[in-house]
Design a protein around this ligand. Structure first.
Ligand code: NAD
Ligand code: UGA
Length: 435
C-alpha cells in the first residue's frame, strides 16, 4: 500500500484518487480550486459520474481519501505523485501545458526527498522531459525524481469501472524502482501492463484517442454516403463489424464526436506533426469530417423546414454523451449555436446537463425540466444525446405537442416505423435518403 498524492480533482484526478483509495492506498487529492476542495470535504462531487459519490464517501469515511489545497504538504507526505490537471486546447491547436508546468514547479519547490512523479494528464511527447527539468530547476536539493508517464483511458460516464477494469495499463518509465512501484500499484487490477519509455507512452495515449476518433469520422463519412445512395448504414455496420479486424465498437454514426478529449487530442497530435513538417492529412480530415457533421445536421433542418428563421427546434440531450453532465465541446451545443445564428429558437432538455449547458448557452435557449416540455410547440426535434430515457419517447404525445412533424434522430436510436406511425417524419444519420 502506498502513500499517494493526486494533483487535480477533475474527472480523471478524482476518479484516480478514489479508485486508488478503494484499492487500499493512502490518498490525498489536491486541487487549487478552494471551493471544489471545500465541496469535496463536505461530500459534494463536483460533476456527475455514476457510482463515484458512494465510493468517495466510503473512502473518506475509512480515512483512506482526503482533500486539500496544500500541494506542498501533499507532495512531502507522498511516495508517488500523480499529475492529473487539465491540458485543454490552445487557440493554435496545441495542448495548453500551463497547468502541468505550474504543478511541476510546485512539486519541485516542495521536494524534500526522492519521489516518483507520474503524468496522468494527456500530454504531448517530450512533456515528461519538460516536467523533469522544471522539477530539477526548482528543487531545493539534488533529490532523485523519477518521472513516469501513465496515461488514462477511462471514459466519462463509466469512469469508475473503466479505471478498475482497464483493457490495459500503460506505464512509460526509465528506471527499475519506478517501474516496480507502478507494477505494485496496479497489481490488484490484474490488467495487462504495457511498459515502455516515457515518450512512447505519451504517444500511445494520443494514438489511441486519434484512432477512436478516426473510426467515428470514418463511419460518419460512410453514413453520409449511404444517405445519398438510399442505403441503411446500420446494416453496413453490421456487415463490416462481423469482420474481427474491424469490429462493431465505436462505429455508431451520429452528429459527431465531442467532449474534452477527442477534439483537443486529435488537434494536438496534428500540431505535433505539423511543427515537424509532416502535415498529418488523415488527422486533419478526421477533424474536418467531424466539424462538417455538425454543419450537415443544421443543413438537414434548413432543407426540411425550408429555412430556419423563426422556426423552433426542440433539442433532447446537451451533454457530449450520455451519463455525464459534461458539455465541453458537445456537438449538441455547437448545433444549437448554429441554429440560433440562423434565426431559429431552441427549446432543450438534458436529464443532468441543463445547468452546465445554461452556463455555456446563456439565456437564449429555453431549458426545460422534462423532454415533453421541451418539444411543446416545436417545428422539429433533434435527438442529440442518446440518454436511456429518450429511447422510450412517446411519439404520439410528441406529435400532439409539436407544431411541426420532423424528428431528426442524431444518434439513430429510434425505429423509423414507430415515428412514422405517429404521423411524424423521420430522419436519421445514414438511414434515409436525403434528396
Ligand atoms: P478537469 O478540467 O476536469 O480537472 C482538472 C482539475 O485540475 C481541475 O479541478 C482544476 O481545478 C485542477 N487544477 C488545475 N491547475 C491546478 C494546479 N496548479 N494545482 C492543483 N489543481 C489544479 O480535467 P480532466 O477532464 O480530469 O482531464 C485531466 C487530464 O486527463 C487531461 O489531460 C485530459 O486530457 C486527460 N484525460 C481526461 C479524461 C476524461 O474523460 N475527462 C480521460 C482520460 C484522460
Ligand atoms: C474518450 C475515450 O473513449 C477514452 O478512452 C479516453 O480516456 C477519453 O476520451 C479521454 O482521453 O478523455 P470520452 O470522451 O469520455 O472517452 O467518451 P467516448 O465514449 O469515447 O465518446 C466520445 C465522443 O464520441 C462522444 O461525443 C460520443 O457521442 C462519440 N461517439 C462515440 C460516436 O459518435 N460514435 C461512437 O461510436 C462512439
Amino acid at each position: 500500500m502506498k502513500s499517494i498524492a493526486i494533483i487535480g480533482a477533475g474527472y480523471v484526478g478524482l476518479v484516480t484518487a478514489t479508485c486508488f483509495a478503494e484499492l487500499g492506498n493512502d490518498v490525498v487529492c489536491v486541487d487549487n480550486n478552494a471551493a471544489k476542495v471545500a465541496g469535496l470535504e463536505a461530500g459534494e462531487i463536483p460533476f456527475y459520474e455514476p457510482s463515484l459519490a458512494e465510493m468517495v464517501t466510503r473512502n473518506t469515511q475509512a480515512k483512506r481519501l482526503g482533500f486539500t489545497t496544500d500541494i506542498s504538504a501533499a507532495v512531502r507526505r507522498a511516495e508517488v505523485i500523480f499529475i492529473a490537471v487539465g491540458t485543454p486546447m490552445r487557440s493554435d491547436g496545441h495542448a495548453d501545458l500551463s497547468a502541468v508546468r505550474a504543478v511541476a514547479r510546485e512539486i519541485g519547490l516542495a521536494l524534500d526527498g526522492p519521489k516518483i512523479v507520474v503524468s496522468k494528464s494527456t500530454v504531448p511527447v517530450e512533456t515528461g522531459e519538460m516536467i523533469s527539468s522544471i522539477i530539477r530547476e526548482h528543487a531545493p536539493g539534488d533529490y532523485a525524481v523519477s518521472v513516469v508517464s501513465n496515461p488514462e483511458f477511462l471514459r466519462e460516464g463509466s469512469a469508475v469501472s473503466d479505471f478498475l477494469k482497464p483493457d490495459r495499463v500503460v506505464v512509460g518509465c526509465s528506471d527499475a524502482t519506478a517501474e516496480a512501484a507502478m507494477r505494485d500499484l496496479y497489481a490488484p487490477l490484474d490488467a495487462p501492463l504495457v511498459v515502455t519509455d516515457v515518450r512512447t507512452s505519451e504517444m500511445i495515449k494520443y494514438a489511441a484517442n486519434a484512432f477512436l476518433a478516426t473510426k467515428i469520422s470514418f463511419i460518419n463519412e460512410i453514413a453520409n454516403i449511404c444517405e445519398l445512395l438510399d442505403v441503411d448504414v446500420r446494416a453496413v455496420c453490421a456487415g463490416i463489424g462481423y469482420d474481427q479486424r474491424i469490429g462493431t465498437k465505436f462505429l455508431n454514426p451520429g452528429i459527431g464526436y465531442g467532449g474534452s478529449c477527442f477534439p483537443k487530442d486529435v488537434r494536438a497530435l496534428e500540431q505535433l506533426a505539423v511543427e515537424r513538417d509532416y502535415p498529418a492529412p488523415l488527422l486533419h480530415s478526421v477533424e474536418l469530417v467531424n466539424r462538417r457533421q455538425v454543419e450537415r445536421t443544421v443543413m438537414k433542418f434548413e432543407r426540411e423546414l425550408g429555412g430556419l428563421n423563426g422556426k423552433t427546434i426542440a433539442v433532447l440531450g446537451l451533454a457530449f454523451k450520455p451519463n455525464t453532465d459534461d458539455v465541453r465541446d458537445a456537438p449538441a451545443i455547437a448545433i444549437i449555436q448554429r441554429l440560433l445564428d440562423r434565426g431559429a429558437k431552441v427549446r432543450a432538455h438534458d436529464p443532468i446537463a441543463n445547468a452546465a449547458a445554461a452556463q455555456v448557452l446563456g439565456p437564449n435557449v429555453a431549458l426545460h425540466d422534462t423532454m415533453y416540455d421541451a418539444v411543446e410547440g416545436a417545428d422539429a426535434l433533434l435527438l442529440a444525446t442518446e440518454w436511456n430515457e429518450f429511447r422510450s419517447l412517446d411519439f404520439t404525445r410528441c406529435a400532439k405537442a409539436m407544431r411541426g412533424d420532423l424528428i431528426l434522430d442524431g444518434r439513430n436510436i429510434f425505429e423509423p416505423e414507430k415515428v412514422r406511425a405517429a404521423g411524424l417524419r423521420y430522419l436519421g444519420v445514414g438511414r434515409v435518403k436525403l434528396r
